[in-house]
Design a binder for this molecule. Sequence first.
Ligand code: ATP
Length: 604
Amino acid sequence: MAEPKANELMEKIVSLCKRKGLVFQSSEIYGGINGFWDYGPLGAELKRNVKELWWNAMTRMRDDVAGLEATIIMHPQIWRASGHVDTFADLMRECPLTKKRVRADQVDPQSGTIYRWSGAASAKNGWTVEKLCGVLLLKGQHPDSARKKAREFYAQGTPDWASGDWQTLELKGETVAAVENSLDFHPESGVELTAARPFNLMFKTYVGPLESEDNVAYLRPETAQAIFAQFKNVLETSRQTVPFGIAQVGKAFRNEVTPRNFTFRSREFEQMELEFFIKPDEAVEAIAGTVIKPGEGHPGEPTPAWGWQAWHKYWVEERIRFYEGIGLPRETLVEYWQKPEELAHYARACVDILFKFPFSKRDEKGELLGEELEGIAARSDFDLSQHERCSGKPMGVFDEELRAAWGRLDPAKQQELAQRYYDARYKYLTKTGVEPEPAAKEAKANAEGLAKGQYIPHVIEPSAGVDRLILALISHAYCEEQVTDEKGKTETRVVMRFHPRVAPVKVGIFPLLKNKPELVAKALEVRNLLRPHMAVFYDEAGAIGRRYRRQDEAGTPYGVTIDFDTLGEKPELLNTVTLRERDSMTQTRISIDALLPFLLSKIR
Ligand code: ATP
C-alpha cells in the first residue's frame, strides 16, 4: 500500500487518538484551549508505562542515580540564577492586523507579490496616517483583497473603524514587487510581520493573596532546576558520591508562541530529566593519571579515567538504547551534534536526539530530518556555580580521593592542573558578569580548593519530553495493511504496533461466546490470573474477529480466546487457550499455566 502523505497521515493519527481514547483536546466542550492536551484511558496507560520504564532504567536499575520529586512552583530566585527570567525567550513576530504571533524562526518561506503602502487618509473623518503596510498576495489572489486588508490595518482604532466607513479609506503610495521565499509575512493573514522581539516563555502567577510584584512566582519551565537546588540535600541523604545522578519526572510549562504539530509543542507537558554530576577533568586526571577520550559507539562500562566527553557519549548511547528498547529503531532517530555556534556559552557539547515525525521537514533527497525528542548536554559546572553565587550556599563537594591523589602528583603536574582549573573558573565568572579582579581572586581560591579535594561538580544532562516520546511512539506504531479474511474479503486493518513494553493494554481476554456461562467463567478466571501483573481488557461483545480488530487498533499485542477446547472438548487441549499475536496474526495453543510467564517475558 502506498504510504499516506504526511498531513493525511497526521490527520489519521489524530483521529485515531481521539477515537481510541489516546489523546483528547483539553477543555473540548468549551472549544478547546490551544497548546493543552488530555490523555484518555489508553493514553494514560501508555504514558504511565513510558514514565515507569524511564524511571526504572534511570534509577532502580542503577546504583548511581537517585530520584527526586519537587514542586512545580519554586522560589523565583531559582529562575534568576538559571537565567530563565532574563533570557528564556523566543523571538516573536506579530501580524499587526490579526495580532496573531509566530515564532520568528518558524515562519515558512512564501513567494508571491507584495503590495505596500506608505499610509492612508480618511476624507470622511479628516485624518491621515503615515505608516508602512505590506501584504503578500499568493498566486491567483486579487489585489483588492490586499487593499482591503491594508484599509483594515490603517483603520484600527479610528472613528472610521467604529462607524464601518473604513472601506472608503484612501491608500497612499502603492508599490508592487515580486518576492521569492520571504519569511516576513504572516502565514494566515499575509500581512507583513512586525520586527522580532523577545517573548518570555514562563507562565507567571502570584503566591498568596496579594497580586504584587513581590509575590510573583513562575510555573517551572523545566524540571532540571529543582535538581540543582536540592543537590546538596540529595547528596547528603542518598550517600552517593560523584559521579552520580539525580532523576526527576514531572510537569513543565512554557507559554509557547505557536503550539503546533498536535502534542509536539504544548504549553503544558512533562519532562524526564537526569542531571548526572561528574568530576571536572582536572580532578579525573589527578586521580587516574589520564582522561580517556571516547571512540566510536558506546564507550562501555564507566572507569575512573572518564572525563566529560566519555560520560557525554555514554549517555547519548544509553538514551538511544532506551529508545530502541521501547520500539523506536535507530533508523527512526537522528543524532544531531550541535555546532559550536549553536551551543549555549557554558555548554561544551549538546546532542539532540531527533525522531523522524511524519510532519518533519525533508532534506533535498527526500529524507525526513527529524524533530527533537531529547537533548543531551554537557553543561560544565555552570548550574551549580550559578546557584552557589545566587544563593550564597556552597554547592561544591569534598572528594577524599582527589585530595589524596593530589598529594602524590609532582609539582609541575599540580601547577598545570591548577592553572587549567583556574582558567575555566575565571572564564565562567567573567562570562557571567563578575569583574576581572574579583573573578581572578575567586578563580584562584577555586584552584587552591581543588588541591584540597574541593570542586563544583560538572553535569551531563539528558533531558527528554514525555509527550513528544508518546507522539513518536504513536506515529511509529500506526500502520494500515490490507488483509483477506477466510471468506476471501479484503479489508484495511489499522494496527498500532506498540512494543509490548509500552502497549497500553497487554492482553485482551475473550470468551468465544458470551452466552455460555462455562466459557465466561473460565475467561474471567484467566483475566483474574493476569490482571494483578498487567493491564488486561476483557471483551465478550461481538464476533471474535471484530474483537481482535478493536484490540489491534488499541495496540494490544496479545489476545487470548477461551473456547470449548479450553473446557476439555478435546481432552488433550483441556486448560489451553488460543494466543493470538497482533502483528503476525498467528494463533497458537498455550496452556493457561504457561500464559503468565510467557506474557511477562514479553512485556518486561
Ligand atoms: P525546542 O527547541 O523544540 O523548543 P528545547 O530545546 O527548548 O525544545 P529543552 O529545553 O531542551 O527543549 O527541553 C527538553 C525536552 O523537553 C525537549 O527535548 C522536548 O522533548 C521537551 N519539550 C520542550 N518544550 C516542549 C514543549 N513545548 N512541548 C512538549 N515537549 C517539550
